[in-house]
Design a protein around this ligand. Sequence first.
Ligand code: NAD
Ligand code: MG
Ligand code: MG
Length: 340
Amino acid sequence: MDNLKIYRDSDIDKNIILGKKVAVIGYGSQGYGQSMNLKDSGCDVVLGLRAEGSSYKKAQLENFKIMEVEDALKWADIVQILIPDEVQAKVYKEQIEPNLRDGQYLMFSHGFNVHFGKIVAPKNVNVIMVAPKGPGHTVRSEYQLGKGVPTLVAVYQDFSGDSKEVALSYAWAIGGGRAGVIETNFKEETETDLFGEQAVLCGGCTALIKAGFETLVEAGYSPYMAYFEVLHELKLIVDLINQGGLADMRYSISNTAEYGDLTRGPRVVTAETKVNMKKILSEIQSGEFANEFLNELNSGAPKFNQLRKENEGHLIEKVGKEIRENFAWNSNKIIDRAKN
Ligand code: NAD
Ligand code: MG
Ligand code: MG
């Protein structure tokens, strides 16, 4: 294992990014979080958006300079591509590639398209990544608190010879250097990111919550009690894990809970689960998942939409909505769908 090298604000030359023109393409979760932070850090930032696109009006609320994607490309030194992964290759071919010039920095927050060969940049540009390890809305809310989200940087292609310094400087501007920045490569970021969200953070976690909720409700317990037990409390437990690892969480819970954790946990996530995780990882590594996802999304997403609908209709969502509307922890929302 290599030693961990962490870059902080004090290791980073912020003047690099302050001296460059930055175009952010897309104003979704990451586009919103990163461009707002860039602006507040004093960067010269323009949004590249479709005039008819869904987020144009939201961006106007924040008084951004907005251009068509092609014009933003011509204006910028750095182009941060924050449109959905499934449309990046098409937008790249049609609107970005024809407008690239020597020495521009093409930037991503996920290595997906570059690593799987869906975007192949010409040799005369730099290809880099600055990827906050958190949702875009949190990139913004942490920055506003004077903090930041741990951030990855990577260099895929270094035409100008200073790609890493430029990536670090951009990471400073979005607040990453306040938390810490580490260097990785496109392959590692892409494959670990996909695995994490599929097996643990999103897929594994939501499947675990739903199975626990259904088990209690099917046994005749109140859905409200089940919601609190398996969904609401999860955050409180994860906060302890996030701060001090599994050990701090176990330090805080009762002996009863800890004994149940150590003896029953391995019956929920079994050796068979790990076999499935390895299969999921190999589908990511081979590109099978990437192709499945792109084919599905680019052919009208019938399966995806069906699954979304089924999940939105789940009892846990109905019960949760009612509970959250009637309890007090829900002020100061990070996500306001009308604005960000
Ligand atoms: P998103 O879906 O939230 O936002 C997409 C934005 O792109 C919107 O403004 C939309 O209007 C715009 N858009 C869609 N199609 C377009 C087109 N054809 N032309 C121009 N604009 C178009 O996207 P996101 O979740 O922020 O993801 C952006 C990138 O960041 C992806 O590479 C993703 O993997 C990466 N990433 C996202 C997160 C996250 O928190 N969501 C975290 C880490 C990395
Ligand atoms: Mg991801
Ligand atoms: Mg308990």
